[in-house]
Write a protein that binds this ligand. Sequence first.
Ligand code: BG6
Length: 489
Amino acid sequence: TEKPTALIMIFGATGDLAKRKLFPSLYRLYKRGKLSDRYAIIGVARRELTNDAFQKSVKTSIQAAIKDCDDLDSFVSHFYYHSHDVTDSSSYLSLKTMANDLDQHYQLDGNRIFYLAMAPEFFGTIAEHLKSDGLTEVSGFKRLVIEKPFGHDLESAKELNNQLRQAFSEDEVYRIDHYLGKEMVQNIEVIRFANAIFEPLWNNRYISNIQITSSEVLGVEERGRYYETSGALRDMVQNHMLQMVALLAMEPPIRLNTEEIRAEKVKVFRAMNMLEGEAVKENFVRGQYGRGTVDGVDVPAYREEQMVNPESNTETFVAGKLSIDTFRWKGVPFYIRTGKKMAAKSTKIVIQFKDIPMNLYYQTEKTLNPNLLVIHIQPEEGITLYLNAQKAGENVETTPVKLNFANSGIDGNTPEAYERLLYDCMRGDATNFTHWDEVSLSWSFVDKISEVWENTKAENFPNYEAGSMGPRKADELLEKDGFFWWPVD
Ligand code: BG6
């Protein structure tokens, strides 16, 4: 394995993401032997902390995430802390001195990764200071890793991008979409492009529709303030859902490299039929949860959550029908749905194949189930293929059979999204990060929908019960086309 060398500065090192994802992921890389000894981490955040106290908190967060960890002391000995004011140049200058010292001490070849894991309003300011205060003058590589949200709409995303691009070139910007780090999301391409039984069928002649569901049980928890300005459309659709659509719909790349794959994904976004005005109402459904029962517990409505406007118009659920206007996909609806406080935490993709030309057999009422390919993204990882076989002892009656593959990795523990993405960034592989072209096109699509939603109050909110699978309208969206959401397991 390649063992990259770098100094990683994590801005927002006392925050939730750093503790829950970044520290444990770095530790896993270390345990798997993917980090050389030449690494150092600087935790950057506002509060005052000694290196010692910081290392302790890193240890605690790793222990909370991973059972049985050893070697922790030697791992965290490479962690340092810098108390920082993001708007103050002198703060950056002392950070620079610290960085240069560590660079020398650990022989990091002048490689630097700046990871912004904090409130988005500071992204631009930090990038500007990194440049003006000289932190980006390095002898090795410099990379900026940036968490979502990447803007609030196209205009603000452009503004942010311009700010970042003053200090970093496009190929030095690593925009995180953590769904792209998920094992089974990465597997979409492999399933499509490495299997002779799927590749020829992957088009409008054989596929009738595609359904992507990402449901969550959690509500907005303490994120009410952010969520009120975002809603499910910006929070999940603009990024994760559309990225999955792109991977399902893209043409085979001529080569498996970053540029080729991105170019194919960008083409999908360009071919997506833009919805405006009335078309938004016909093809997109918004929902907001009311009170209900989740896992046997009574829960409040969205409008009763902390930091949420009691008359909030914010959607906590979205379902939509997308069309991709290409030779391959014309006529095949891509249905997506995602929401908070739903019945289960689950992300799944169902590919429904067209019916065979003539039905000789029957299951119930002379209909035959179509073939389905289900890609289980989470919590289980795997693939199920639904076929029809003869029902034992009968000759005209069939029964659906399931071919199941459960992905369990080599040691029963597939790497986490953040672990892969951090490693990719350290190696300089940007394939599973989003290019500006993808971000801007997906915002253009989403902006048209939010425009309509922001200008018309949803009269029927709340319109789904917490613990359900969303509003009735989301079912009607498919019923209009003669389909339904497959309840697959
Ligand atoms: C994040 C959203 O991007 O994705 C959250 O901001 C959401 O609201 C989360 O809960 C879902 O991610 P996952 O990996 O749990 O499906």
